[in-house]
Design a protein around this ligand. Structure first.
Ligand code: OSB
Ligand code: MG
Length: 368
């Protein structure tokens, strides 16, 4: 395989409503898309980082530099048999996993299209339908949150995740549990706590959460093991897991009982497959996380979610939760039983609406 051209674009898409985490409130996305041509076949990838380096160190503008000055020049003209070899070549770049992942994932899409098979099958996936949960941001009031939960449950979603932080946690969970005593519920702190909060975090056990996602420092695995041994609620790691070695370390020391796999955060499909393998072997369930992706990233997340060890509902939800109009056709829709039907068309299984992409583009640059 050989990449002939790469077109890098930044699109701007307003969110249908703001999304707030412990680190920021977001109203609009600035998303980098990659359109590659590999052996005459087109593929698409999305950089899943935020606009600011608050979730991890990456940000839209730094990812554009990494792609333009380093990743794309490493990839152009490189001949390889399998996308994993491209991933290996790109691993010369330290960190910047979301920038690298977009390029590798676009090549996987092109490869699947060339072979005339769905991307999920090429990856070794087995599900034809995936289970969906939703991630609900911090709201202006608990009333708003309860109303949103009501609405998402009515749409069929199989589990509710709420964002939490100090000052928006125990009281909020108490009210959510008061109203919805038995729903599958979890909290995501995005690293908002420290071990000094141990007594406070122990109080979460009363709410019977499916899991507590990344409560401590974004770069810590070790101290999460201390937390996990002190609370009954399963810890789920997100930010802290960058590759299969991190997953194995977390498993070995008991830092978590569940892992959120994000394609961008782990550096693309090759690495995600390795994390999947490591967790499956250890009997640790995983689920697919989200980064407020446009349709391209969403399509890749659906393909990933078909792997056998993705046994828990992911943060992979309908296009309409984020966008008034998505950039893929058809848009991602969720069935009344809270699932997404996995597409059967070759590649990522959704067509990119190029006219819409161009309309939303702030700039584009093509490399040969
Ligand atoms: O921690 O999972 C997270 C969004 C942006 C940054 C980090 C996270 C999230 C989400 C939203 O929880 C997931 C989604 O619905 O795309
Ligand atoms: Mg998270």
């Amino acid at each position: 395989m050989k990449i002939e051209t790469v077109t890098l674009r930044e699109i701007r898409m307003p969110l249908v409503s703001f999304f707030e985490t412990s680190f920021a409130r977001m109203h609009q996305r600035r998303i980098l898309l990659l359109q590659v041509v590999v052996d005459g076949v087109e593929g698409w990838g999305e950089v899943t980082c935020g606009e600011a380096p608050y979730y991890n160190h990456e940000a839209t503008d730094t990812a554009a530099i990494v792609l333009r000055d380093f990743a794309i020049p490493l990839a152009l003209g490189f001949e390889f048999e399998h996308p994993a070899q491209l991933a290996a070549r790109l691993s010369r770049i330290r960190g910047n996993a979301m920038a690298r992942a977009a390029l590798e994932n676009a090549v996987w899409d092109a490869r699947a299209k060339r072979e005339g098979q769905p991307l999920w099958k090429l990856l070794g996936g087995t599900r034809t339908e995936i289970a969906c949960g939703v991630s609900i941001g911090i709201k202006d009031s608990v009333g708003d949150l309860l109303e949103t939960i009501e609405h998402e449950l009515a749409d069929g979603y199989q589990r509710i995740k709420i964002k939490i932080k100090p000052g928006w946690d125990v009281d909020v969970l108490e009210q959510v549990r008061g109203r919805f005593p038995t729903i599958p519920l979890m909290g995501d702190a995005n690293s908002a706590y420290t071990l000094d909060d141990l007594d406070h975090l122990k109080r979460f056990d009363a709410f019977h959460l499916m899991m507590l996602e990344q409560p401590l420092w974004h770069d810590d695995i070790h101290l999460h093991a201390r937390l996990q041994s002190a609370i009954a609620t399963p810890v789920c790691l997100d930010e802290a897991i960058h590759h299969a070695r991190d997953a194995r370390q977390a498993i070995d020391i008991g830092a978590c009982r569940i892992i959120n796999v994000k394609l961008g955060r782990v550096g693309g499909f090759t690495s995600a497959l390795a994390v999947h393998e490591a967790t499956a072997r250890a009997g640790m369930p995983v689920w697919c996380g989200g980064m407020l992706e446009s349709g391209v990233g969403r399509a890749h997340n659906i393909a990933l979610s078909t792997l056998a060890n993705f046994t828990l509902p992911g943060d992979v939800s309908a296009s309409k939760r984020y966008w008034s109009e998505d950039i893929i056709e058809p848009e991602v829709t969720v069935t009344p039983r809270g699932t997404i039907q996995v597409p059967t068309a070759p590649g990522m299984g959704f067509a990119v609406n190029l006219a819409r992409v161009k309309q939303l583009s702030a700039w584009e640059q093509t490399f040969r």
